[in-house]
Design a protein around this ligand. Sequence first.
Ligand code: 4HQ
Length: 240
Amino acid sequence: MVRAALQDGVLGRAVESGLIDLQVHDLRAFTTDRHKVVDDTPFGGGPGMVLKPEPLFRAVDTLRETRGEPDLVLLPSPQGRRFTQQVAGEYSRKAHLVFLCGRYEGVDERVSTALVTEEVSIGDYVLSGGELPALVIVDAVARLVPGVVGDAESVVRDSFTRGLLDHPHYTRPASFRGLDVPGVLLSGHHGEIERWRRQQALRRTFERRPDLLEDAALTDEERQWLARWKAGENNGAQAS
Ligand code: 4HQ
């Protein structure tokens, strides 16, 4: 599943063109017993299995020898640091990341203590494995490596790079089932289009994710729009 996900699209092309190198390793290859067992029952009892420390330590030791010291050894975990666009930027400036993942109820705590440099969470929900979080993080991080996304402009303009939600997008036809594209987008006035998009992005952030506005860098005009919308809200009126 992990290899398949890394073969397609933006990530697949980035690997093909040598911009990034992604290696997937089977933990069972780092076991020493005949049945290649990577998990065991929890000390103290309870449900589920716990990932054993030895295969993980042996795997990372091998990577240290073959690929050099990793900058980060990451463990996807709901207890981890929340993964955001800012963290993606941080990781994208590292040369060598290792993700430890598997399907298990838990991982032996000595892995967290002595092997992992950072536990990282992609959100407050419970998944059955760390593979999907690792893929989510690899995708978001790889996009920030120069050259991986063909049009660098699109990364810069991406939702969240400015700390705001994205503006609406439209393509042809200009009228579809009675739903019309906003006239300003057909006007050819690039300055007005840019302004409308900033206003829409801000409006959507104000309505859907006001928490993001606390850290957003806003222009004076954008602050004025916000103040107007807030006043309109108080009056119970429809703001423009
Ligand atoms: N996990 N963000 C891996 C998560 C998770 C998350 C639960 C981590 C299951 C095996 N990881 N174990 N949310 O739900 O990163």
